[in-house]
Design a protein around this ligand. Structure first.
Ligand code: ADP
Ligand code: MG
Length: 240
């Protein structure tokens, strides 16, 4: 589904990604972990071209998104992204937040988009919140709406950048549980997370990034019990 070859990204003199090569299968769930500043967010942002790579190539579902000729707006519609902060439209109700892009971009009728939105709200456990404004929701609820809004575009890939980092502890579970359901539904996903227990249980593969390099790529069980590198072992000592 995703092929990354020798991906590099620099900001001025700062080399943030220093040659990442990997591939993600359709339906694979990847947990991306690593110390702060290791390039996790930049890696994810390159995958939907929110950042323009400095070098290397990225192919998603057979389309080389790093090719300047590729219509990146189209590609982006197929890649959902959920951030630490939810970025809901504050002046729109929950259902309008979800239905907005499908109407505007996909050309669905308002009725179709709302019906689909309601179904997604059911999926994230918030069908009773369709007509409220985001300011009335808890952080965990806002994040679940943000996920539903992404799903409304029928993405082939979902990218999550620390989706629970801004949440109070009691709300982390409800969001992880939605992400877990999505994982078991066969969605291809990359999730940057500090939730090690979640990474261990929900991911097919763990990527450990450090200093802009993909230092380890392993099954969670292997990674958490027998990290291969000194750096990963030290990281795990600090976070577990
Ligand atoms: P992580 O998500 O692993 O914490 P990031 O990908 O956010 O790491 O950042 C990696 C490095 O790149 C950091 O040193 C950060 O300061 C730098 N960086 C990220 N985005 C930019 C930017 N837009 N301009 C300059 N430096 C950046
Ligand atoms: Mg980050």
């Amino acid at each position: 589904m995703i092929n990354v070859e020798q991906l590099t990204k620099s900001f001025g003199k700062l080399e943030v990604l220093r040659g990442i090569t990997t591939s993600v299968e359709r339906g694979e769930v990847v947990a991306v972990i690593g110390p702060s500043g290791s390039g996790k967010s930049t890696f994810l942002r390159c995958l939907n071209m929110l950042e323009t790579p400095s070098g290397g190539r990225i192919e998603i579902d057979g389309i080389e998104i790093t090719d300047p000729k590729t219509d990146i707006t189209k590609v982006r519609q197929r890649i959902g992204m959920v951030f630490q902060h939810f970025h809901l439209f504050p002046h729109m109700t929950v259902i309008d937040n979800i239905a907005f892009a499908p109407v505007k971009v996909k050309g669905l009728s308002r009725e179709e988009a709302r019906a689909k939105g309601l179904e997604l709200l059911r999926r994230v456990g918030l069908e009773d919140k369709a007509d409220v404004y985001p300011s009335r929701l808890s952080g965990g609820q806002k994040q679940r709406v943000a996920i539903a809004r992404s799903l409304a575009m029928d993405p082939d890939v979902m990218l999550f950048d620390e989706p629970t980092s801004a949440l109070d502890p009691e709300m982390v579970k409800e969001v992880l549980s939605v992400i877990r359901d999505l994982a078991s539904s066969g969605m291809t996903m990359l999730i940057v997370t500090h939730e090690m227990k979640f990474a261990r249980e929900a991911a097919d593969t763990v990527y450990f990034l450090d200093g802009g390099l993909l230092i380890e790529k392993a099954k969670p069980e292997e990674f958490f019990t027998r990290p291969q590198s000194e750096r990963a072992a030290r990281f795990l000592e600090q976070v577990l």
